[in-house]
Design a protein around this ligand. Sequence first.
Ligand code: UD2
Length: 321
Amino acid sequence: MALYLVTGGAGFIGSALVHELLNRCEQVRVVDNFFTGKRENLADVWNRIDFRELDITELEPLRPAFESVDYVLHQAALPSVPRSVEDPITSNRVNIDGTLNVLVAARDAKVKRLVYAASSSAYGDTPTLPKHEQMLTAPISPYGVTKLVGELYANVFTTVYGLETVCLRYFNVFGPRQDPSSPYSGVLSKFISSLLDGQAPTIYGDGQQSRDFTFVQDTVEANLLACKAPDASGKTFNIATGERKTLLNSFQLLHRLIVPDGTRIEPEYAPARAGDILHSQADITLARQVLGYESKVSFEEGLRRTVEWYRSQTPALFSAG
Ligand code: UD2
């Protein structure tokens, strides 16, 4: 049994990691400040974890949370491209200063390895698809910059201080516990909650933009593999499915899953958002080779499981299916 520290462990991906670690009988400590994370995400495991309400932007109070830790899964961050366009300073403070604090605390506590939640936004909008890790990075939003700087810091902590780090570039993760309630929420969570309420979701742009939507359980598996894989330290890996779907196609699939026959909900269209990438798709060869990672949940299956979860949570209009 090892001790894992999950930063951002009350968030969408962090809480999925916490649940899986507990399933595997590991010891779990969680750091979260509930800015975007939620107590409800951990309600069923509250008495099985060592929870610390802390903000990663303050180093000294953070240090004790790293004592005796074997592995750090650093998920705490402020997501969202549009949020970072509106307020780049806060995204910078949390994602860059916060990550630097986490790296310093992990280094000083001599943890075995730190896995960093990086982002596909590092690639920017260059036309070549799929994206592979050797490509030049060219972020086009403040958010993309912040997540890339975190990677650079992680790499430097490996070369300069000998702290083992692995960076996982997530590609548009979706699944249960993703919060649909903020204007900054991930697109699939917004589509699902709107359709369940019988409302028209908004599509920014023409809906032809595409993403390598990845079910959260695949991301969780990748983190756990990244903790132990030999030869992974100091490296960056794409974690995705290797396929891409347009927003319109995703909307149609969800419409079929959620809206009863005979009813039709059309999306509303709004101008494309600043800093938005047109197409995103990963080459996952390196993760396969070095981590032994495979994407195990298809897009359609992931959507089914996600819709089922939202239905179980809300008294939605179409909850009976
Ligand atoms: C970026 C990263 C992703 C992750 C995420 C965290 C890329 C390609 N992906 O996701 O890996 O780090 O940031 O926030 O950079 N949209 C709508 N209607 C809505 C909401 C969104 O049409 O109600 C559009 C949005 O304009 C975009 C797409 O859906 O074209 C996906 O948006 P998102 O916010 O779910 O994720 P994205 O791609 O910015």
